[in-house]
Every structure is written in structure tokens, then in C-alpha cells.
Design a protein around this ligand. Structure first.
Ligand code: ATR
Length: 277
């Protein structure tokens, strides 16, 4: 990366990064709005990613997305960090200001909330169950509480759910609940925020909390239904979603930070669904 790069270059940094859909999404946005920009995926080194990302900006990069496993580790290169990124403890969007200051932000939570709202999936005061207490849950709790939902968080390792409950209780109504105590509870929306799908697994929850009208949302996405989606359909939920809308919305919010345009979500969804068929 020693040569001067295109002034309109954007990138996503991760490791591994080959699976990322971000270049497809952002390059689609650029085409849609006729912008002279290019967005590439960079497989950053696990030891030197801070140097590599700094160099990207020194060489003219305008903005970047950060994905696994760097989201929690990118704070040191930021000059300004937004409140929502601090609260999530993770950064997924960087923007260069005045050619020298790097802003760190997080659009995952707002991207998730935007997807729920666009699809009419939540209302204030809804009871929402979040399964999982890792990075994915941390990113969505704050916007859901701010919106006014009641959150119940459960996890295979209960202590971690308890930890998140304590961390976020100052922002709204959040309780932790053991998996064995879930049965017979009524939730409007159940979110799978675990990484079980990576191991081709699914979180074990009692099937009787899934009803016809229960909305089930897996933050994962793929060409086919995830294990969690199959489970929810098996127990007759008629409203089962994957995380593709969240993916596009977090990208759209990053794009907005960089270009002050909020892109057309429906067109992008149509494009991406056809692409990953
Ligand atoms: P990260 O923090 O990077 O998102 P993580 O620390 O691996 O990832 O957390 C992922 C979440 O998925 C955790 O809540 C984890 O449960 P534990 O805290 O008990 O480990 C959950 N998880 C992963 N695999 C799971 C499985 N097969 N069943 C249920 N929960 C699972």
C-alpha cells in the first residue's frame, strides 16, 4: 500500500474477509448514485491491522468498515469515537475528517433497528428475547432499549447474560432470564444473536415460546435458512427473518456517514438477493 491510492477509495478490513458482501453492497450504492468511488475488501493481518488501516488513510482512503475480529480492537487509531460505538464497545465504521482525524462509529445497532422498523417488526413496549451474550447482542441492546422495548436476555452461559443486563440497565428495561425459565413466556420478537450457526448448531430454547405470530429473527444470513430459522418454522412461526436486511442497513448508515445520502434499501435488497441466489 505504498503508492498513492484513488482519492475515492473505501474498504472493509477483516480476517478472513473473502465472504464479505460489503463490496457488492457499497459498489451497488455507488452505481445507484453515480459516485466515482470504489470499495474493496482487505484481509488485514491479525498482528499489524492497526498499522495497515492507518496506512490506508495516510494513502488517501476516505472511509472504512471494520469487521471480525477487529471491531473491538480498533479504538486506538480513532481520534473521535461516537457515543453509540463506545456503548457497543465496537467500531464498524471509520471516516477520515480534514485529512487527519479518524472518526470511529458503529452502525450495526441502528442498522438492525432500521431493518426491524422497515419491516414493521417492533413497537415500543414490545417484549423482546435476545439469545446470546456476545458481541452481536452487545451491538443491538442499546438501540432497542432507547426505542422503548423491554428486553429479556438469555444465554447458554447465564453469567454473561447477567453481565450484559447490569451493563445496560441504566438505558432501559432489561432483565436476564435462564434458558430453563423461558418456557411459557410470551415474546413478541425472538432474536438469535448467538454464533451457533458457525458451528452448524442452534441455541436450545423451549419450542413452546414460538407461536404462529412470534417474530423470529436470526442475525445470521445465508443462501438458505439457518438452523434457527428452520427450528422456528418447524414450530409454526409465520414470521421468520434472517440478517440480510440488517447487513444492508448497517452498510446504508455507513454510506450515509461518508456521503450524506441514505441509499435505497429495497433496490439493494433486490440486487443482493439475486446475487446470492
Ligand atoms: P462474539 O463475542 O465474538 O460475538 P462469542 O463470544 O463467541 O462471540 O459469543 C457468541 C454467543 O453465542 C455467546 O453468547 C455464546 O454462548 P456462551 O456465552 O455460552 O459461549 C453463544 N453460542 C455460541 N455457540 C452456541 C451454541 N451452540 N448454543 C448456544 N449458544 C451458543
Amino acid at each position: 500500500m505504498s503508492n498513492k491510492i484513488n482519492k475515492n477509495l473505501y474498504a472493509v478490513f477483516g480476517n478472513p474477509i473473502y465472504h464479505s458482501k460489503s463490496p457488492d453492497i457499497h459498489n451497488f450504492f455507488y452505481k445507484l448514485y453515480n459516485l466515482n468511488c470504489n470499495y474493496i475488501a482487505i484481509n488485514a493481518s491479525k498482528n499489524f491491522f492497526l498499522n495497515e488501516i492507518s496506512l490506508f488513510f495516510k494513502n488517501g482512503g476516505k472511509g472504512a468498515n471494520i469487521t471480525l475480529p477487529f471491531k473491538e480492537k480498533i479504538f486506538p487509531i480513532c481520534d473521535i469515537i461516537t457515543e453509540r460505538a463506545k456503548i457497543a464497545g465496537a467500531i464498524n465504521t471509520l471516516k477520515l475528517y480534514n485529512k487527519k482525524f479518524i472518526l470511529g462509529d458503529n452502525t450495526d445497532g441502528i442498522g438492525f433497528l432500521s431493518d426491524l422498523l422497515q419491516n414493521n417488526l417492533i413497537k415500543r413496549k414490545n417484549n423482546i428475547l435476545i439469545i446470546g451474550a456476545g458481541g452481536a447482542s452487545r451491538g443491538i441492546i442499546y438501540p432497542l432499549l432507547k426505542f422503548g422495548c423491554n428486553i429479556f436476555i438469555t444465554n447458554r452461559t447465564f453469567e454473561k447474560a447477567k453481565f450484559l443486563m447490569k451493563k445496560f440497565k441504566k438505558f432501559g428495561n432489561i432483565k436476564c432470564i435462564k434458558i430453563k425459565n423461558l418456557k411459557n413466556n410470551k415474546f413478541h420478537l425472538i432474536i438469535n444473536a448467538t454464533s451457533a450457526e458457525i458451528k452448524n448448531d442452534l441455541p436450545l430454547i423451549p419450542s413452546n415460546i414460538i407461536k404462529k405470530k412470534t417474530i423470529c429473527y436470526d442475525m445470521f444470513y445465508g443462501n438458505e435458512d439457518t438452523n434457527f430459522m428452520k427450528f422456528c418454522k418447524k414450530y409454526k412461526s409465520e414470521k421468520v427473518y434472517n440478517g440480510i436486511g440488517m447487513l444492508i442497513n448497517q452498510a446504508a448508515h455507513s454510506f450515509f456517514i461518508w456521503n450524506k445520502i441514505f441509499p435505497d434499501i429495497k433496490k439493494t435488497l433486490f440486487f443482493l438477493k439475486n446475487k446470492i441466489k
